[in-house]
Design a binder for this molecule. Structure first.
Ligand SMILES: [Zn+2]
Length: 277
């Protein structure tokens, strides 16, 4: 019944509109509820670099039962744990890390940027400064973030060579069976000297990347990779190696070097992968 209804709504062009609004509504409820529950924690401790509010602690985000086996087993840095959501605006630890890096280490003003699978908060930060093109393989899903979002298969981009100064695809590679092809494509569309932000969940416990690009079984993917739509868990060194093979110069900024950002409640153990063409 659910599938039939989904198909009818998709045909009528209403599915993503209704789903998007429904998600916005749920997110609004979550936000209001967090603001109330965390009002007692207002004060110094952590500061949100999106909304500027400070709290003694931020809200946690725990993994689901289905996902937690693999995430725990391989100690995956995957955006879960304590102090993930800002209780006021619900920015996440991974978004706060990216926006701080953008503020401190990137020149974004008037630049040409490709933002793949755009996160609302990061897109809103960039849109007032730069010329941002947003894209995804399911663009309908992102219409409420940017109504101009384009269709794009990252393994076969339609943009000409050397179009962008910066490509952001935050936590997308672990979803893409042909990740190496996607890296080559991103390299191709970047201008010389351009930069990419392609953070992924990773493990330092496994000696090699665990993957199955042909898998199409959400239950099994949760069990193996810790999320129902992931096709791998990267070993961090292997991930950096794949980026280098695509032609990039890569510099890993370790979690120790990011300690200066700990007041923004970034995720402990997450480094920043500095990627340049
Ligand atoms: Zn906030």
């Amino acid at each position: 019944m659910k599938t039939i209804l989904k198909k009818i709504l998709q045909k009528a062009g209403l599915y993503f509109f209704l789903q998007g609004n429904y998600r916005s509504f749920l997110s609004f409820i979550d936000r209001m509820s967090l603001r109330i529950r965390y009002s007692k924690y207002k004060g110094s401790g952590y500061e949100c670099n999106f909304c500027g509010r400070s709290y003694k602690k931020f809200a946690p985000r725990y993994s689901s039962k289905e996902d937690e086996g693999a995430l725990k087993k391989y100690d995956v840095i995957a955006g879960k744990g304590e102090n993930i959501y800002c209780p006021y605006c619900m920015s996440t630890a991974r978004e706060r890390l990216i926006v701080q890096m953008l503020k401190d280490h990137f020149t974004t003003d008037h630049k040409r940027i490709l933002h793949i699978s755009p996160e609302k908060k990061i897109f809103n930060y960039l849109r007032t400064r730069a010329n941002v093109t947003t894209a995804d393989i399911v663009p309908g899903f992102y219409k409420l973030i940017d109504h101009n979002v384009e269709y794009a298969d990252v393994t076969r981009l339609s943009f000409p060579d050397e179009t962008f100064d910066l490509v952001i695809g935050n936590h997308i590679m672990e979803h893409i069976p042909g990740d190496k092809k996607a890296m080559h494509e991103i390299f191709r569309v970047l201008k010389n000297g351009g930069q990419a932000i392609l953070q992924v969940p990773f493990s330092e416990v496994i000696s090699e990347t665990i993957e199955d690009p042909d898998i199409n079984d959400p239950g099994k993917q949760s069990e193996l990779f810790g999320q129902k739509d992931h096709v791998r868990i990267y070993n961090i060194q292997d991930y950096i190696g794949r980026l280098k093979n695509a032609g990039f110069t890569v510099n890993y900024i370790s979690p120790v070097m990011l300690k200066k950002y700990s007041m923004y409640a970034i995720q402990p153990g997450e480094g920043f992968i500095d990627i340049r063409k």
